[in-house]
Design a protein around this ligand. Structure first.
Ligand SMILES: [Zn+2]
Ligand SMILES: [Zn+2]
Length: 287
């Protein structure tokens, strides 16, 4: 039994180590495949996105590792691409021309603060509060609705291979109560989003990062959403969103158990160059 992971960061963006260190760890843990998905360059400065001039070297380095270690593991190169309407998305020209195996599409930014900064919904509580107050006038429903609207627009207009951390905005509830996942309006926003994802045919990742970082009490997306996804036959893959080598399989056993409990018996994996379903157990993937 082994695992795969296609959402991971390295020193080309805000990960801790050079790509080869993650490859060595994945081999040591018996992974069948490992994919890199650095934060794609965006047209304004952040401390976590890759610099545009590093992109060719990133793709070349991962592809060299693929060849070097092909007897032990399958290595893939992707990017985690922000969706910001009019600025960047998973189908931006430079993304399509980068020679990637896949994309993870994620909404981290929702609209713009009065001072011109793009509002980050997954930053520190104080940063979240800024946009909640200044853009949305403390209207939680409007802010959360806008987050899911952007996710739907991304899926419709620039569908990625994998939709990243679908309900990440819930992490802000850990620090302060903003909304209950049982509220009707919230569930309807999620369901509308799931229906668009099902129509587009994207994979949704089960992202374990919030859980192993103790930022959430549940994976992204959580149990009730996974049950709805199963009903809509949305394909899933288990990803750790690792930034450090020790995180590459963080809480994968929990995620697998949760998926099995919600009725998923298979996950999608990228093997031999093709996304395909594979049998899931709590100990990993395998036929
Ligand atoms: Zn992300
Ligand atoms: Zn990530």
């Amino acid at each position: 039994m082994s695992w795969t992971n296609y959402h991971s960061h390295c020193a080309y963006c805000d990960g801790s180590d050079l790509p080869v260190v993650y490859v060595a760890e994945a081999i040591a843990q018996g992974f069948a495949a490992y994919g890199f998905s650095s934060h794609a360059p965006i047209p304004f400065p952040t401390t976590w996105n890759m610099q545009m001039d590093k992109l060719p070297a990133y793709v070349a380095e991962i592809k060299a590792l693929r060849n070097q270690y092909q007897a032990q593991i399958q290595i893939y190169v992707g990017l985690e691409v922000d969706f910001i309407p009019g600025l960047i998305g998973p189908r931006s020209k430079f993304i399509q021309e980068a020679g990637l195996d896949y994309t993870v599409g994620s909404v981290h930014f929702v609209d713009v603060l009065p001072d011109g900064r793009h509002w980050e919904i997954d930053n520190k509580p104080a940063v979240f509060a800024e946009g909640w107050e200044q853009i949305f006038k403390k209207d939680t429903r409007a802010a959360v609705t806008r987050y899911f609207e952007l996710t739907r627009q991304m899926v419709r207009e620039q569908c990625p291979t994998i939709v990243g951390h679908l309900d990440k905005i819930k992490m802000q509830n850990t620090n302060r109560f903003y909304f209950a996942e049982t509220e009707d309006w919230y569930q309807e926003e999620v369901l509308k989003t799931l229906r668009e994802i099902a129509a587009a045919g994207a994979i949704v990742e089960v992202n374990t990062r919030g859980l192993y970082q103790n930022k959430t009490t549940e994976v992204y997306p959580g149990r009730w959403i996974l049950a709805q996804m199963k009903a809509l036959q949305i394909p899933v893959t288990i990803n750790s969103d690792a930034h450090k080598p020790r995180e590459i399989a963080g809480k994968f056993d929990y995620a697998a158990q949760l998926l099995l409990e919600t009725g998923y018996q298979q996950v999608q994996v990228l093997l031999n160059g093709t996304w395909q379903p594979i049998k899931l157990t709590t100990a990993g993937i395998g036929r």
